[in-house]
Design a protein around this ligand. Structure first.
Ligand SMILES: [Zn+2]
Length: 200
């Protein structure tokens, strides 16, 4: 029987970090903390999935195309790259899969699974779903940016096919535009564990 701990890191990209075009307050601290956590334990997680917003130049979510957000995470630019200290930590881990989303010009994808209203159409999302379905016991740790947007939507989709009791969120390794309230409320409503590593 296969047993696994999975880490799902949502959009740990330069544009969402201080200095980026759609910066989330506290993101640098959170992603550095995540890098520092992973570095001494490269084998802790059997598998790590990293999602990346990866938009075309004229993506529909950008304000200049009538969308909600400033231009961000344009594919093959610095803004779309994974935060360098975290990438360095991940490079030492044995099994990391990078998954791209938001690549279609006319459609936004807050979640890699993108199954809110229809069946999954995204190959990378399918890959993660298949993996989770095919291991008997697992625990999924969810982290990333932004807690109230892409992390929240990823969780909403994840609970459609994964056991809520097998999901946990690391508070220290997420950063939210709203300070974290929506993510905490969602976790509470769905009995998803929120871990905090704060030492008090
Ligand atoms: Zn985006």
């Amino acid at each position: 029987m296969a047993v696994g701990a999975i880490m799902l890191i949502v959009d740990p990209q330069n544009d969402f970090i201080e200095g980026g075009s759609l910066a989330v307050s506290g993101a640098q601290k959170a992603m550095q903390a995540l890098a520092d956590f992973i570095t001494p334990h490269p084998d802790l997680f059997g598998k790590i999935f990293v999602t990346q917003d990866f938009h075309p130049e004229d993506h529909c979510s950008f304000t200049e195309q009538g969308g909600t957000w400033p231009k961000h995470c344009v594919k093959d630019t610095f803004g779309a790259e994974v935060f360098a200290p975290l990438k360095a930590a991940l490079d030492k881990c044995p099994d990391v899969v990078y998954c791209k989303k938001g690549q279609s010009k006319d459609r936004d994808q807050y979640s890699i699974f993108d199954i809110q209203n229809s069946e999954i159409t995204n190959d990378d999302g399918k890959k993660i779903q298949e993996y989770i379905k095919n291991i008997d016991k697992y625990f999924i740790f969810v982290t990333g940016i932004a807690g109230d947007v892409c992390v929240l939507n990823t969780l909403k989709d994840l609970i459609q096919f994964a056991d809520k009791k097998s999901i946990a969120v690391y508070r220290n390794f997420t950063a939210s535009l709203d300070g974290g309230q929506k993510l905490e409320d969602f976790c509470e409503e769905n009995s998803i564990i929120i871990f905090s590593l704060d030492k008090k």
